[in-house]
Design a protein around this ligand. Structure first.
Ligand code: 13P
Length: 252
């Protein structure tokens, strides 16, 4: 099945109003046709969401980095999926390993957030991935399959659910798995998704790779079967870097 590649930028806790100039540069580059072969998404911090939507002026999509599973209420400091949608977000990243390890998010919480995000009309990007010790112990596939089973809700379509494989040890480290390891994990994820959601939905869901993606390594990573795009941290902050990644994918 032909799946259009998605390049998704996760700005994490980076970005102030001055950073909107990078979004303006990305908007202009997209309008000049530099990313016409991929879908582009940037997920800035919540404080910049509405301004980011205005800044990119429909040239590409803006998303959130997490959400609460309740639509509203007494949850000081939290942002609901409906609020992200109201600010103009179309996607939300859920269950990033930083959320899981630093903020105690469990598979059950991620699943509940994913349900809430769908109710708000958001496309979910659910992250999974093993730690270094889990990989060294030969448990990577077990961990990922368990996270997939427990973090994804039963109701999902090929269009409203995206899965990102982010090995924890590859995030922000400059290290990446081998092409064979990425291909093996993505193949296993595809098999699990087809088993759970059926052939049509499972084949339509896009599977992203994330962890130290740069313009220099992404052509190789994106060429692996069942890799349908990238979730990019550090190299998504600057227009020149993310556009170089888009350009490298062109060659795939
Ligand atoms: P880096 O691209 O900075 O390694 O971050 C990856 C990531 O965590 C994206 O969600």
């Amino acid at each position: 099945m032909q799946r259009r590649k998605l390049v998704a930028g996760n700005w994490k806790m980076n970005g102030v109003r001055a950073s909107l100039s990078e979004l303006h540069a990305m908007r202009d580059a997209v309008r000049a046709g530099q990313a016409s072969h991929v879908d582009l998404l940037i997920c800035p911090p919540a404080t910049l969401l509405a301004a980011a939507v205005t800044a990119v002026d429909g040239a590409f999509h803006i998303g959130g980095q997490t959400c609460h599973d309740a639509p509203s209420g007494a949850y000081t400091g939290e942002v609901s999926a409906a609020m992200l949608a109201d600010a103009g977000a179309r996607y939300v990243i859920l269950g990033h390993s930083e959320r899981r390890t630093l903020f105690g998010e469990t598979d059950a919480m991620v699943r509940s957030k994913a349900q809430a995000a769908a109710e708000a009309g958001l496309i979910r990007i659910v992250c999974v991935g093993e730690t270094e010790s889990e990989r060294l112990d030969g448990r990577a596939l077990d961990v990922i399959e368990r996270q997939l089973a427990a973090s994804l809700p039963d109701a999902a379509t090929g269009a409203d659910m995206i899965v990102a494989y982010e090995p924890v040890w590859a995030i922000g480290t400059g290290r990446t798995p081998t092409l064979e390891d990425v291909a093996q994990v993505h193949r296993a994820m595809r098999t699990a998704l087809v088993g759970r959601y059926g052939e049509q939905v499972g084949q339509a869901m896009r599977l992203l790779y994330g962890g130290s993606v740069k313009s220099g390594n992404c052509a190789e990573l994106m060429a692996a079967e069942d890799v349908d795009g990238a979730l990019v941290g550090g190299a998504s902050l600057k227009s020149a870097d993310i556009m170089a990644i888009c350009a490298a994918i062109h060659a795939v």
